[in-house]
Design a protein around this ligand. Structure first.
Ligand SMILES: Cc1cc2nc3c(=O)[nH]c(=O)nc-3n(C[C@H](O)[C@H](O)[C@H](O)COP(=O)(O)OP(=O)(O)OC[C@H]3O[C@@H](n4cnc5c(N)ncnc54)[C@H](O)[C@@H]3O)c2cc1C
Length: 335
């Protein structure tokens, strides 16, 4: 028998799981398919406490946010580099209805709510004003994944290869599939309900755009420094390829124009597929028939928020035998 655990996939799920195992001194191998960037790598890395048109706080927000922040801080200490940047989020209201929805919900989301903004104190097109969300920010997923990969490679804990998801399991006590969208709709966990969604985003240079906060309304603009912004994103369910499209770009360019009429230059255009099982509620646990085959998937649009805390629950199950709660357990979804 080889190592204790094989982790298949080095996106946010696989990487957070690897750090949790590393923290406990366990023997594992992180298998990375190095031929193309993961969805986590191209993602915007945004962590927004209150999301969507309904302005609801994310599921179990307080708990998972606390765990995520502590986790990123710890990895930052080990690697000597900052990955998570706390940045206020300016949430602009799309229309008068959205504004009154916010007023109605204010009591429930007070903890995440900062200053209210009127049109006059927004340096861009904002006829219905907005509000500042507190507690969120941006994870530099590219640097987090690259620096983690370098660390695990040095430690002899990383291998580059593609694992046949239909084939025999690697020679380890436990295999954890963290394969993202590629692990849904087919393979041993093909029985899971899923609604994968393709997304595209642009990196643009907007000279003179006077904003250092994240701005959001039907999409977002995330400042990266030096006049660079990440802008997006799109949702499509009928095309699950990782190729960029003209339509996707046009949609994001329209979004940029809804914030500012300043000229901009497009520097990068990328696409990926979100692994969605039930909105952004992750799924972990053992295959209903194959005890040593485990899944960590379903991070949806909220990998930055949920991956660290959910990885901890999975490792605590694998190493200490802690029960997986029904809310997360893949077995609760098996027919
Ligand atoms: C355009 C876009 C923007 C997004 N923005 C945000 C955001 O702002 N904030 C946020 O929290 N989330 C965002 N997301 C969602 C986020 O990216 C996902 O929640 C997250 O990436 C899922 O991580 P994962 O590790 O499950 O999957 P992935 O990142 O897809 O990782 C899976 C890994 O498994 C590997 N793999 C697959 N099959 C095999 C195999 N057979 N053998 C070996 N390796 C294999 C893949 O190569 C990949 O490295 C965004 C997604 C998109 C598409």
């Amino acid at each position: 028998m080889g190592r204790e655990v094989t982790i298949v996939g080095q996106g946010l799920a696989g990487t957070c799981l690897a750090w949790r195992l590393w923290d406990r001194g366990r023997d594992f191998c992180l298998v990375h398919r190095g031929d193309r960037p993961s969805t986590s790598f191209i993602s915007a890395g945004l962590l927004t406490p209150v999301t969507g048109r309904n302005l609801n706080p994310s599921w179990r927000l307080e708990e998972f946010l606390r765990e995520a922040r502590a986790f990123y801080e710890k990895v930052e200490m080990v690697l000597g580099e900052q990955f998570f940047h706390e940045v206020p989020i300016v949430r602009l209201f799309a229309d008068a209805d959205e504004r009154s929805r916010f007023e109605g919900k204010r009591g429930k989301i007070d903890q995440w709510t900062g200053e209210a903004l009127e049109e006059g104190n927004c340096p861009y097109h904002a006829p219905h004003g907005g509000v500042i969300w507190k507690g969120g920010g941006r994870l530099d997923t590219r640097r987090f994944l690259e620096a983690s990969r370098g660390y695990f490679r040095e430690a002899g804990l990383l291998e580059e290869q593609e694992v046949d998801l239909q084939g025999p399991l690697p020679d380890t006590e436990v295999t954890v599939l963290c394969a993202g969208a590629a692990g849904l709709g087919q393979g041993p966990f093909g029985f899971l309900p899923e609604r994968r969604a393709k997304g595209e985003l642009l990196t643009v240079r907007i000279m003179g755009f006077p904003e250092e906060r994240i701005v959001s309304r039907n999409g977002w603009l995330i400042p990266l420094g030096g006049g660079l912004f990440r802008a997006g994103s799109t949702y499509r369910w009928d095309d699950l390829s990782e190729t960029v499209t003209k339509d996707g770009r046009a949609q994001i360019e329209e979004l940029i124009s809804s914030f500012t009429s300043l000229p901009y230059e497009v520097l990068e255009h990328v696409a990926g597929v979100r692994p969605i099982v039930r909105q952004s509620r992750p799924v972990i646990g053992r295959h209903p028939e194959i005890e040593n085959l485990v899944i960590f998937n379903g991070l949806g649009s909220k990998g930055v928020l949920y991956a660290p805390g959910v990885a901890e629950r999975l490792v605590s199950h694998l190493c200490e035998g802690t029960e997986i709660e029904d809310d997360l357990n893949v077995r609760a979804l098996a027919g």
